[in-house]
Design a protein around this ligand. Structure first.
Ligand SMILES: [Zn+2]
Length: 238
């Protein structure tokens, strides 16, 4: 706080507390009081943007809290009462600050650290607002939501085309849906007993009846496709 801000603050306190008023009206003590307060509160801001901190409010709270307690003898507000309140507020600010990654090159360690420390100091002295993580308040981004509505997936179409090579079962499924055909995986396969949503399997059996291999098939069994088509037709007709 600047000397001008201190004088304005003490002026307000004087309207509440007659003891401060007398100190300020006495020419011999007024200057000493202002100097003492200015020195003690040099690092404390008078107000912060967005009204999160207001030194005038701290003073008012100080007297309001004691106003209800008639029997207690209390001292006029002192700079340390404000320092205590400011320390609490600064701790709360630092709790919310998340140390965003500096813009400086991380390989330039001194510049990186200097920028991080400068940002922290700015928050701790009230010159900058703490940088917080942004909370999700209204679901996904509108662009993501539109994509989900249009193609049922948040993966962009070109990326899905690239991925098709690595997930042939899903690619066949999506191609069928995109072409307006039924999705065979929506029904159970009577041939290989694959349940709904699971791909068909090629089962190779030895002459004695034991299973030799049980590989996933990229394409469903024909009977499964027929069954899905029949059900699809039924749904479309209904
Ligand atoms: Zn099958």
């Amino acid at each position: 706080m600047t000397p001008r801000e201190i004088v304005a603050l003490l002026d307000r306190v004087a309207t509440i507390d007659g003891r401060i008023d007398r100190q300020l009206n006495d020419a011999s003590s007024a200057e000493r009081v202002v100097t003492r307060w200015t020195t003690a509160l040099a690092d404390v801001p008078a107000t912060l943007p967005a009204g999160s901190w207001d030194v005038g409010r701290v003073v008012r709270n100080y007297y309001e809290r004691r106003g209800g307690d008639n029997s207690a003898q209390y001292h006029p507000v002192e700079p340390y009462d404000i320092l205590t309140a400011w320390a609490r507020h600064r701790d709360a600010l630092m709790q919310r600050h998340t140390d965003p990654t500096p813009a400086a090159d991380p390989d330039d360690v001194p510049a990186f650290l200097t920028e991080m420390r400068t940002t922290r100091t700015a928050v701790a002295t009230g010159r900058a607002a703490p940088i917080e993580y942004r909370a999700l308040t209204s679901g996904p981004h509108p662009a993501i939501e539109a994509r989900l509505r249009a193609i049922g997936s948040c993966i962009p179409s070109p990326a899905r085309a690239e991925l098709a090579r690595y997930r042939p079962v899903r690619a066949v499924r999506e191609a069928a849906v995109a072409a307006g055909q039924p999705d065979p995986l929506n029904v159970r396969c009577d041939w290989c007993q694959a349940p709904e949503g699971r791909p068909c399997r090629s089962r190779r059996v030895r002459p004695d009846g034991s299973v030799r291999s049980n590989a996933r098939r990229a394409t469903p069994h024909p009977s499964r496709v027929e069954l899905a088509t029949a059900q699809h037709g039924g749904e479309a007709a209904a």
